[in-house]
Write a protein that binds this ligand. Structure first.
Ligand SMILES: C=C1C[C@]23C[C@@]1(O)CC[C@H]2[C@@]12CCC[C@@](C)(C(=O)O1)[C@H]2[C@@H]3C(=O)O
Ligand SMILES: O=C(O)CCC(=O)C(=O)O
Ligand SMILES: [Fe+2]
Length: 370
């Protein structure tokens, strides 16, 4: 039976071996369990200006739609300024996140994500695809944060809930606006998308909020904050605070650092927009690296269509010369597919090889070792 909520997407894919939780803040030497070899990544880190940097787009620019479309085709990522999200809200949510991660481990584990669940405290789900552990911890909110917040702060959960809910509301509006700009640039309007005005859908269905914490690391060059991945979303809005760590893969060049730009939010094209656009938009591959001295915090708003609506390449973008590359799939099903196949999830949904004969650069069959 299709699930109406993304929080149920992993029911059939429980994580069998939840990792032991180390308090990364107190570790003075990188344990072998967290030692990643640089040989496991074939892409170099490239420096700006050797390669252009990720585009910065002003939402107030009258050409914003075209600039966004161009960035989605060339990069699959851009930084957005003048997005209208209150600076104080961004600061508040960052503070609440830091308050959460600074709790003692025993307390955080009271809100631990269950093996078959999507929400709560824990390591990133993709961790299970690697033999080495990530230098990070996360907290995922889907719908209301209340249940978990009560477990974390039995007498003091209101502030956290209010801030998270205010942030979710603002992000939802921005995500919707961005999605229509991204699709608008391809000539797609709301009339072309059946589920666009489906107001009856459960609020829980269309977003997750991921709080990421990357403590300072004694040996950052051999550790990995968040392993390379694409987001299983239509789009992601990332607030990366003022500490660098996000890198995006520019095909043919290598890893490009996305420097924190004051007030900017980073927008990623996810796998679902890649599917909807019939491959025209790049689902950007990215990762988070860590540093020796600063504790980094980031906040990702992972946005998608209603969880149980089948999405597929949009009819207007498909013709005899551009056959649909992917079969219809719901967001919920796609999350399950990702939980099973990780980097090969898109290939498993593909029905037709791209006309240029190239394979999807985000798919590979290599064994992940970390
Ligand atoms: C909607 C979702 C996307 C996500 C899995 C999740 O159910 C909630 C957490 C998301 C996240 C955030 C960190 C990176 C990531 C790969 C992960 O392990 O959990 C993404 C997942 C994703 O985009 O596939
Ligand atoms: O911390 C970052 O910069 C990246 C986070 C991320 O990729 C995610 O939450 O999906
Ligand atoms: Fe991501």
């Amino acid at each position: 039976m299709p699930s109406r909520m993304i929080s149920h997407a992993f029911k059939a894919y429980p994580l069998n071996h939840p990792h032991k939780y180390l308090d990364l803040n107190s570790i003075k030497e990188l344990p072998e369990s967290h030692e990643w070899t640089s040989a496991s990544d074939e892409h170099p880190v490239v420096k700006v200006p050797n390669v252009k940097s990720v585009p910065i787009i002003d939402l107030n620019n009258k050409n914003a739609m075209d600039l966004i479309g161009h960035a989605c085709k060339k990069w699959g990522v851009f930084q957005l300024i003048n997005h209208n999200i209150c600076k104080s809200l961004l600061e508040d949510v960052e503070l609440e996140g830091k308050r959460l991660f600074s709790l003692p481990m025993q307390q955080k584990l009271k809100a631990a994500r269950s093996p078959d669940g999507a929400a709560g405290y824990g390591v990133a789900r993709i961790s299970s695809f690697f033999t080495k552990l990530l230098w990070s911890e996360g907290f995922t909110v889907i719908g209301s944060p209340l249940e978990h917040a009560r477990q974390l702060w039995p007498y003091d959960f209101q502030n956290f809930c209010d801030t998270i809910e205010a942030y979710q509301n603002q992000m939802k509006k921005l995500a919707e606006k961005l999605m229509w700009l991204m699709l608008g640039s391809l000539g797609i309007t709301k009339e072309d998308v059946k589920w666009a005005n489906n107001k009856g859908e459960s609020e829980e269905g269309c977003a997750a909020l991921q709080l990421n914490s990357y403590p300072a690391c004694p040996d950052p060059d051999r550790a990995m904050g968040l392993a390379p991945h694409t987001d299983s979303t239509a789009l992601t809005i990332l607030h990366q605070s003022n500490i660098s760590g996000l890198q995006v893969l520019r095909e043919g060049c290598g890893w490009v650092t996305v420097p924190p730009h004051p007030g900017a939010l980073v927008i990623h094209v996810g796998d679902l927009l890649h599917i909807l656009s019939n491959g025209l938009y790049i689902n950007v591959r990215h990762r988070a690296v860590v540093n020796r001295t600063q504790h980094r915090f980031s906040l990702a708003y992972l946005y998608g269509p209603p969880a149980d609506v089948k999405i597929s390449p949009l009819t207007k973008l498909v013709d005899h010369f551009h056959p649909p590359l992917y079969r219809p799939i719901t967001w919920s099903e796609y999350l399950g597919t990702k939980a099973k196949h990780f980097d090969n999830a898109l290939t498993s949904v593909r029905v037709c090889a791209p006309r240029n004969g190239f394979v999807d650069t985000n798919d590979n069959n290599s064994v992940k070792v970390g």
